[in-house]
Design a protein around this ligand. Structure first.
Ligand code: GLN
Ligand code: ZN
Length: 757
């Protein structure tokens, strides 16, 4: 059976691309040195797939930063402010990705958004009335040619026309319809270009098809592809979907003149039934995503073989492949030296998933799949009951009742009590928790981990950093202080390490955005709090200052969403187990004199099902209660904050209010402020801190700029409910930009306070 891969991780097994890019940003290496690193990663990735016998290997899945940004460049959707910088192509590209502040000018970066239901982020295409869509396909052509010269005819992949126009932000008066013709022309030209280079297939990724679509969306999709496909010529065209099923447009897509259609049978709950009910055209190839591109557990061959048998009964030409790009899983198990083979044998990362496809292909080609040794081994593996079951935890979850999810007294009364207790000024200023993780912090932590310094030495160091951080915040004039999170490398991994039930990898990095990678821990068994996790640091910090110190925790939904979850128990069960553990910590902080506690739910929206009809039943009905469980035991005078790394929650605004936090801070500076209108319309009762500047970019916001943001906010939010803060934690920034930025923030807040008091 033929096999296909949607995309391969591009950061490199040891994050080589991240390190090289960061050096390039600091002018420590040249563009051609960066290119050399990128090239060797591509060579390696290609080699893995060639060795794995993959028939449809992608090219163009490589990116220096993000594939959607690549599509903006491909279509020349580069706003004038970047062109005006007159930088090299590569630097213009990075200016769009990260913003630019230097000799050539001062511009902000593109907005960044979560990529569907993943923890990856893409850069939102920006189209204004002057945008002239024109094909600029040098990069994808070069990638195709590079692989061809190395002996492999790849499938070039680009973001499809519909998804591109759907994700784009239109800043002028024109709409996507106005760009349809020029986009169609560009894609036609692109196909012709690839045909000329000898491509047998060209792939367009259209993940937007798995979301709820309107009749206009579907008509627009049809219009685009009727014309694009009319110019097909020599290459076959594959439309690839992932992250769900295409229930709104299955018939429309299969009726178009595509040669191949890629469907996700892992996350697409309805994919199989759609194919069953509607059939699949005999003249097309079905690219069936059957190996999970998002989780790290070994594929269950018994189930997959049965599934593929079903699919083959429905479609004449079937290729098996990954369910989405392997970008969302780590590169390889080869670099894991510490976990036992009893654990590792349950996992498959990107490289091992290539092997799975090879094995599945062999098994499926056999007259009797069950007789193949790889099949037998896999069945035996899945029969093993893993360790880590805890009856005590299971019983506690089973015993939870209604009242465990309700905090009393209700919000308005608590708000009054807390205002009296905390006595904060109008527009209180605070930060989201972390302060710059400088080289000193990182090297000391790593020395501690390697056993080069003792626990006592490490703790003295952390205390020193905390004290510096407190003094700095006092000097800056912030109202609610934090300890700076110097003891944490990551907001989920840190808690995972303090909880029973988690295991950790050494090098299982996954790209989150650009050069930022995360190393999600793995939920292996039942979860419980093994020991206090943050109390020591929060208590110490509070002992240094009269100002209130905010205790800093990560919430259960985020911990779960940023871990690799189990597949043998439900997400709900895992979330409640983690909720109980965090609840113990929350109560412990309160008992130790901490008056404000922040429980970050940075990733709450991330796993919201892509379809509205699935939202509550599949997700919110357990996710919101898991959060409420964390804080329902607090006294009324303790103020509970939460933080979210985005502002797209207009559509679940009631559920967000229903989390029953006292204050919520969120990202607002990179997106427009429509969320504030929604808050107003919905009578949002939780106090809010919409981020007043973007911490994802190294630029320093001026006082005026921040004041302007605050002024916009005061027009829409009741004054007594407004907080002033950056839009996320500062750990990825340096002190050189953080200190002046925060000073400007405080100055702007003071000015606004004086005007409004
Ligand atoms: N408290 C965390 C920090 O400041 C929150 C980070 C996040 O939301 N991603 O780093
Ligand atoms: Zn955040």
């Amino acid at each position: 059976m033929a096999t296909s891969v949607i995309g391969y991780p591009r950061i490199g097994n040891l994050r080589e691309l991240k390190f090289a890019s960061e050096k390039y940003f600091k002018n420590e290496i040249t563009a051609s040195q960066l290119e050399t690193v990128a090239k060797s990663i591509r060579e390696y990735n290609l080699g893995v797939q060639v060795k794995g016998g993959i028939d449809y290997i992608p090219s163009g899945d490589f990116s220096y930063y993000d594939a959607v940004l690549d599509a903006s460049v491909l279509l020349n959707a580069i706003p004038k402010r970047y062109k005006d910088l007159k930088l090299s192509d590569l630097d213009t590209y990075f200016a769009m990705a990260r913003g630019y502040q230097g000799a050539s000018g001062d511009v902000k970066a593109f907005a960044m958004k979560k990529w569907f239901n993943t923890n990856y982020h893409y850069l939102v295409p920006e189209i204004d009335d002057d945008t002239k869509i024109e094909l600029n396909a040098k990069a994808p052509y070069d990638l195709f040619t590079e692989a061809l010269n190395a002996g492999t005819k790849t499938v070039p992949v680009v973001v499809g026309a519909f998804t591109f126009l759907k994700l784009a932000k239109y800043t002028g008066s024109k709409t996507r319809e106005d760009f349809a013709d020029s986009v169609i022309a560009a894609y036609k030209q692109l196909i012709a270009g690839f045909t000329k280079l000898g491509a047998e297939w060209v792939r367009f990724d259209e993940p937007s098809l798995v979301k709820d679509l309107t009749a206009e969306d579907i008509a627009f999709f049809e219009k685009l592809y009727k014309e694009i496909l009319a110019a097909k010529g020599g290459s076959k065209i594959l439309v690839q979907t992932y992250f769900g099923d295409i229930r709104d447009c299955y018939k429309n897509v299969t009726a178009l003149d595509f040669d191949g259609i890629g469907l996700d049978f892992v996350e697409g709950k309805k994919t199989l039934s759609l194919v069953k009910e509607n059939g699949f055209p005999a003249d097309k190839t079905l690219f069936a995503g059957v190996v999970n591109g998002k989780n790290i557990w070994k594929n269950n061959y018994e189930k997959t073989v049965a599934l593929v048998k079903d699919i083959k009964a429905l479609a004449a030409n079937v290729v098996i492949g990954t369910s989405c790009s392997l970008l969302h899983v780590p590169c390889t198990l080869k670099n894991e030296t510490k976990l036992s083979s009893d654990i590792l044998k349950h996992f498959a990362f990107a490289e091992e998933k290539i092997t799975e496809l090879k094995e599945l292909s062999k098994i499926l080609d056999a007259a009797d799949p069950t007789a193949v040794q790889e099949y037998k081994d896999n069945v035996a593996l899945h029969a093993i009951v893993r360790s880590g079951t805890d009856d005590d935890v299971r019983a506690k979850v089973a015993a939870l009742s209604e009242k465990d999810f309700v905090r009393l007294p209700e919000f308005a009364e608590r708000e009054k009590i807390q205002k009296e207790r905390l006595n904060l000024p109008l527009f209180p200023t605070t930060t989201i928790g972390s302060f710059p993780q400088t080289k000193e912090v990182r090297t000391t932590r790593s020395a501690f981990r390697k056993g080069e310094i003792t626990v006592a030495e490490y703790e003295v160091f952390i205390e020193k950093k905390i004290e510096e951080c407190v003094r700095l915040q006092e000097e800056i004039g912030l109202d609610v202080l934090v300890h700076g999170e110097f003891e944490r490398n990551d907001m989920v991994e840190y808690f995972g390490e303090c909880l029973d039930g988690y295991i950790f990898t050494e090098r299982a990095w996954v790209q989150s955005y650009g050069t930022r990678c995360v190393k999600p821990p793995v939920v292996w068994g039942d979860i419980k709090r093994a020991k206090p996790m943050t109390v020591r640091w929060s208590k110490y910090t509070q002992s240094l200052t009269k100002k209130p110190v905010k205790g800093m925790l990560t919430g259960p939904v985020t911990i779960l969403n940023w871990s690799f979850p189990r597949e043998d128990i439900s997400l709900k069960e895992s979330a409640l187990q983690i909720g109980l553990a965090i609840r113990e910590e929350v109560l412990d902080l309160e008992a130790n004199g901490i008056s404000i506690i922040q429980v970050d739910e940075a990733a709450l929206r991330e796993k919201l099902p892509l379809r509205k009809e699935d939202w509550h039943e599949d997700y919110l009905d357990w996710a919101i209660p898991a959060f409420r469980l964390v804080h329902s035991g607090l006294k009324p005078e303790t103020q509970l904050h939460t933080h979210m790394c985005y502002s797209e929650f207009s559509d679940i605004i009631k559920d967000i209010d229903d989390m029953d936090a006292d204050v919520i801070t969120f990202e607002a500076s990179r997106s427009d402020l429509t969320i504030l209108d929604t808050l107003k319309e919905n009578n949002f009762r939780t106090e809010v801190g919409p981020g007043v500047y973007d911490i994802h970019s190294p630029r320093i916001p001026s006082k005026e700029e921040i004041k302007e943001a605050i002024d916009k906010m005061t027009k829409r939010v009741p004054l007594t409910k407004l907080w002033v803060n950056p839009d996320c934690g500062l750990k990825t920034r340096g002190n050189e930009e953080t200190v002046p930025s925060l000073k400007n923030l405080v100055a702007a807040a003071v000015e606004a306070r004086n005007e409004n008091n």
